[in-house]
Design a binder for this molecule. Structure first.
Ligand code: CA
Length: 533
């Protein structure tokens, strides 16, 4: 009897040790993940038409995005921003004909619902582009308004009780500026089209227009959308920060009433101080154009001076939180309007990795533009060339799209497709996965309050702490060209343990011995202090 109990105990102990072994070695190794289900996310930006074609017609579609959700979660992203999906006469769809439908090139509203549900099953939040500054000139609001104005007698002013749509746009009896265009069929009416004649600007000060957009929010929220990416937010009223912030605040407040978790990220393509001012709208996120773009802080840091980024991060923290303590920064390298980061960094894989590594140590919700994670490039300044087909493979056409009709043919990606990069531990793709994994293991990276460790900030080395929920991590950057020691033993990180690192090659290691961090060229270390009670 006694013998049996002992042997049972031995078996149980063996099983237990096997279980522990599984948890800490190889395999999925999800044990260290510490993902908080809030609006701090790792986002993946998708141009649907160039992403994945599910039915072989050469056009990327919503079902294609649904098929590729595992790819996005494997990458480490748990948020998606879809560029415009509503019916539109253009390939890019930033001019909407119908705000309550899906463009048939991409699929149906049912396909969209399936995508949302699949996202939610996988813990992904889905954000869609909302183009509120202007509609398409083919939108019935605009065509009806134009017809009505064309029927007015000379000098007669519109009666909005007869045609409310005449108040939906910025019509005028004068050509106010170069971006005003003549209303078809009239000799004395003009309309504002700040981007293009076929994109008439909506009048967001008009209550009926606001009511329309509340209904549009209802439509998409009924389908399960988790947030809106607000296109061209500084143009609602041209560069009028206070008026535009009021628009953002009204819309966010409306959406949040229905869903307290609702998210909003706005495009204010301006300098850092203007972006900070828009945080006065008390909406969660503005894209960080100061960090992104070819000349932004993230690109500048590639020169090997991490202090450029550290000082910028401190400034963002100070300036953004002053306007909205609940702000969530939205940094990125480049987006669909810019030459890709591979071009900016002349296809240098090490620089591309460093840029990604730096991005992934920033606060807030980083955005990855599809294909950036495999080092895809663009060509010249033509928009279509910034939105070319995702390179799933260079040898297998499955799911490959044709891309925009007017893009230049023959733009060859400088690196392998997803299929080959997945098998290569040292690929850009696997570097992105390691970088995103660090974020998913250490919630302080996205959410922590930053402090600089001055004594370690010099030349190619910089260090900060981030504190969130009484837990403090240190981030140490060593962007020099060779292996280097960083002494953290004399700093507030003296008691910290090494919890993660990013190196250019997967086999390279960061080590921590008696307060000395040994760091390979262009590496980043994450250390953690014992939690304070
Ligand atoms: Ca298709």
């Amino acid at each position: 009897m006694k013998k049996r109990i002992i042997s049972t105990l031995v078996v149980l102990a063996l099983l237990f040790s096997m279980l522990i072994g599984c948890m800490f070695s190889g395999g999925d190794d999800d044990a260290n993940l510490n993902i908080i289900d809030d609006n701090y996310r790792n986002y993946y930006e998708i141009f649907v038409g160039s992403f994945y074609d599910s039915d072989g017609d050469g056009m990327g579609d919503l079902n294609g995005v649904t098929e590729k959700l595992d790819y996005i979660t494997d990458l480490g992203c748990n948020g998606i921003w879809l560029m415009p999906i509503m019916p539109s006469p253009t390939y890019h769809k930033y001019d909407v004909e119908d705000y309550e439908n899906v463009d048939s090139a991409y699929g149906t509203a049912e396909d969209f619902k399936k995508l949302v549900d699949a996202c939610h099953e996988k813990g992904i939040r889905l954000v869609i582009d909302l183009v509120m500054n202007h509609s398409s000139s083919k939108h019935p609001w605009f065509t009806q308004a134009c017809e009505y104005l064309a029927g007015l007698k000379d000098g007669e002013q519109p009666d909005l009780s007869v045609c409310p749509y005449a108040g939906y746009y910025n019509f005028s009896n004068e050509k106010v500026s170069q971006t005003y265009y003549q209303v078809p069929g009239t000799t004395n009416w003009w309309y504002e089209g700040s981007f293009w004649s076929e994109m008439p600007d909506l009048n967001m000060e008009n209550d009926a227009v606001r009511k329309e957009f509340e209904n549009i929010a209802d439509y998409w929220m009924d389908l399960g959308v988790d947030g809106f990416r607000m296109d061209a937010a500084m143009h609602y009223t041209e560069n009028a920060t206070v008026a535009n912030s009021d628009v953002l605040n009204w819309y966010y407040t409306y959406c949040k009433k229905r869903n307290p978790e609702f998210y909003m990220v706005s495009e204010v393509w301006a300098s850092e101080n203007v972006i900070a001012d828009y945080y006065g709208s008390e909406t969660p996120s503005m894209f960080n154009f100061d960090a992104g773009t070819a000349k932004g802080k993230l690109s500048a840091t590639r020169k090997g001076d991490p202090n450029i980024l550290v000082n910028a991060m401190l400034k963002y923290q100070q300036d953004f939180s002053a306007k909205n303590p609940d702000y969530i920064d939205a940094p990125f390298l480049t987006n669909h309007d810019m030459g890709r980061i591979a071009n900016v960094l002349v296809n240098d894989p090490e620089k591309i990795k460093v840029a990604a590594g730096l991005l992934m140590t920033m606060n807030g919700s980083p955005f990855v533009y599809y294909g950036e994670e495999i080092g895809m490039n663009s060509a010249g300044t033509k928009d279509e060339n910034k939105r070319i087909p995702m390179v799933w493979s260079k040898t297998d056409n499955t799911g490959m799209t044709d891309g925009p009709a007017d893009m230049d043919q023959g733009i060859e990606s400088p690196f392998e497709g997803v299929d080959v990069q997945e098998q290569d531990e040292d690929s850009i793709l696997n570097y992105y996965k390691r970088a995103l994994r660090l974020r998913n293991e250490n919630p302080e990276i996205a959410r922590g309050t930053i402090e600089k460790i001055d004594s370690l900030c010099d030349g190619s080395v910089a260090a900060i702490t981030k504190t969130y929920d009484k837990s403090t991590i240190g981030i140490v950057y060593q962007l020099g060209d060779s292996n280097s020691f960083v002494n953290i033993g004399d700093t507030q990180l003296a008691d910290a343990e090494l919890v993660g690192y990013l190196t250019l090659k997967s086999k390279e290691e960061v080590r921590l011995t008696q307060g000395q961090l040994e760091m390979p060229a262009k590496s980043i270390a994450i250390v953690r202090l014992p939690k304070q009670e």
